[in-house]
Design a protein around this ligand. Structure first.
Ligand SMILES: Nc1ncnc2c1ncn2[C@@H]1O[C@H](COP(=O)(O)OP(=O)(O)O)[C@@H](O)[C@H]1O
Ligand SMILES: [Mg+2]
Length: 495
């Protein structure tokens, strides 16, 4: 069992009731070392809040006596522990009781008068800091938090229900943040230092972590955690959030069942993987599915799934297995569906070839700003495969391989929406023709709380693939195109 779990089991779990009430950004100097959070009212980029807060809160946390005490205790503990912290001959139980005993002694020797409870809290927090993930732990334990972002020591942001909040949690020093980062990457056998200043790693629960340290990150180490959703959003959740509408669900379900090749596009964090997971859930249960990912995120419910995961090079720089290697290998595994978490590079060529040679019904995602941008990105990726193919040939392949592009956008109100569903129709001269089937109605404006009121609306164009689906016995439901959905008030997560 992990040490942090043990700490928790012994009743050290952070008490949600102890979280201080929300505090505005400008009062940040007051209750320093707590774990509450200040609601950042607009989902703007963290950097903005940070710069805005520089003026009023500067220096305040450093003068907080509790924080100073905690830092002193922590430093004393680190110097007493020394290399024992990494001593593998010590069991985690032994290490923990050792640490607790040391903390008790250090706290005892402190001049600051402390009540029993304060002493216990301090010991618990320092224990968490030294042996666990420090101030991140509370947010890792909080099921509502989906992302955690630490930018330097004083700024820890979390995302809840699609919105960013600035928390009051802090690392006591840059060294502390650095240590937590080293612990995380060390646990998966990687390291972070000047020669390797950015690292992707995964926590034992599957959460994804990216860390980058100075001099690449100018204002101190930056850590980003995308928490693993034990219970990912399903199609009903996405409909209730207004990400897409029932008619679009019908259309996409027909596309997946009818073995069309579907590409989900969008920026980072727009919900591509979540959408891919939902689309994958439409794959009939009797098909053999091979999934290929950089880090396993998809959670398919079907019985017959083979999951493949790429591998980064080891410390000596060898042993890398790329997505492309896995795509090629998967073709020899008699797949009925190939689902690639994200196309980023040369694997695009192999995927297009596979799609054009009988492996239809493939699903994937791509980082792009619009459906047309998705096409040009895939085109560039094919060029990266170094086959010296003429552009025209690549476009031909693209146009015949891809059928549908589902584009996601994270709107200014923080919600994630499908903003376009486009069909890849064919070629006109040298240009791939796209036709929008559904587009998001921005003209509906925003409500009084700043949420977009629009929905996906059919453009009225019927897809050319309708006939192909019909041949397979898949009919497109009329409601997908016939009626214009009446805009209704949309339920947004957390509101
Ligand atoms: N439609 C949605 N509405 C609200 N939150 C969503 C939606 N889709 C995804 N999320 C949340 O957004 C975060 C990023 O989602 P993810 O699918 O991993 O994005 P991407 O693959 O585009 O980077 C996750 O925490 C996820 O739970
Ligand atoms: Mg993703």
């Amino acid at each position: 069992m992990r040490l942090s779990d043990r700490l928790k089991q012994r009743g050290h779990e952070a008490d949600p009731a102890a979280v201080p009430p929300p505090v505005q950004t400008d009062s940040r100097g007051e209750p320093a070392a707590g774990d509450g959070e200040a609601s950042a009212h607009t989902p703007a980029a963290p950097a903005n809040h940070r710069n805005a807060s520089r003026g009023n809160g500067e220096g305040a946390p450093r003068t907080d006596p509790k924080r100073r005490l905690k830092q002193r205790v922590q430093e004393a503990l680190f110097s007493r522990l020394g290399s024992r912290m990494y001593d593998s001959s010590m069991s985690s139980d032994e290490l923990m009781s050792f640490v607790q005993a040391e903390i008790a002694q250090i706290v005892e020797a402190e001049q600051t008068p402390l009540s029993e409870t304060e002493r216990a809290t301090l010991a618990r927090e320092v224990g968490d800091d030294v042996l666990g993930y420090g101030p991140l732990q509370t947010h890792l334990d909080d099921p509502d938090v989906t992302e955690i972002m630490a930018t330097g020591t004083d700024d820890i942001y979390v995302e809840r229900k699609g919105r960013l909040h600035r928390t009051e949690s802090r690392f006591v020093s840059e060294d502390h943040l650095r240590r937590v980062i080293e612990r995380i990457v060390g646990e998966v056998g990687r390291r972070i230092d000047e020669s390797q200043p950015m690292v992707d790693a995964r926590l034992p629960d599957g959460s994804r972590v990216n860390a980058i340290i100075p001099p690449l990150s100018v204002d101190g180490p930056a850590l980003t955690v995308r928490k693993f959703a034990a219970d990912p959003y399903g199609v009903d959740d996405l409909v209730s959030f207004g990400t897409l509408t029932e008619p679009v669900v019908d259309l996409l379900r027909a596309c997946v069942v009818g073995r069309l090749n579907v590409l989900v596009s969008g920026g980072t964090g727009t919900g591509k993987t979540t959408m891919l997971n939902v689309l994958s859930s439409f794959v009939p249960n009797d098909e053999r599915i091979v999934t290929i990912e950089d880090a396993v995120e998809l959670q398919l419910q079907q019985e017959h799934v083979v999951r493949l995961e790429s591998r980064p090079p080891n410390i000596e720089g060898s042993g890398e297995i790329t997505i492309r290697d896995l795509v090629r290998n998967s073709l020899r595994m008699r797949p009925e569906r190939i689902i690639v978490g994200e196309v980023r590079g040369a694997e695009a060529l192999d995927m297009l070839q596979a799609m054009n040679t009988g492996h239809d019904g493939s699903l994937s995602t791509v980082h792009a700003n619009a459906p047309r941008d998705a096409l040009s990105r895939v085109e560039t990726m094919v060029l990266m495969a170094g086959m010296e193919l003429p552009i025209r040939a690549i476009r031909d392949q693209l146009a015949s391989a891809l059928d549908v592009i589902v584009h996601l956008t994270r709107l200014r109100d923080g919600t994630r929406r499908v903003t376009q569903v486009s069909e890849v129709v064919g070629m006109e001269g040298d240009v791939i023709t796209l036709q929008d089937l559904f587009t998001f109605d921005f003209s509906a404006g925003m409500d009084s709380e700043g949420y977009y009121q629009g929905q996906l609306q059919p453009t009225g164009l019927r897809p050319h693939f309708g006939e192909r689906l019909a041949e397979l016995g898949v009919t497109l439901p009329d409601r997908a195109f016939g009626e214009i959905p009446v805009p209704s008030s949309t339920k947004v997560p957390g509101v």
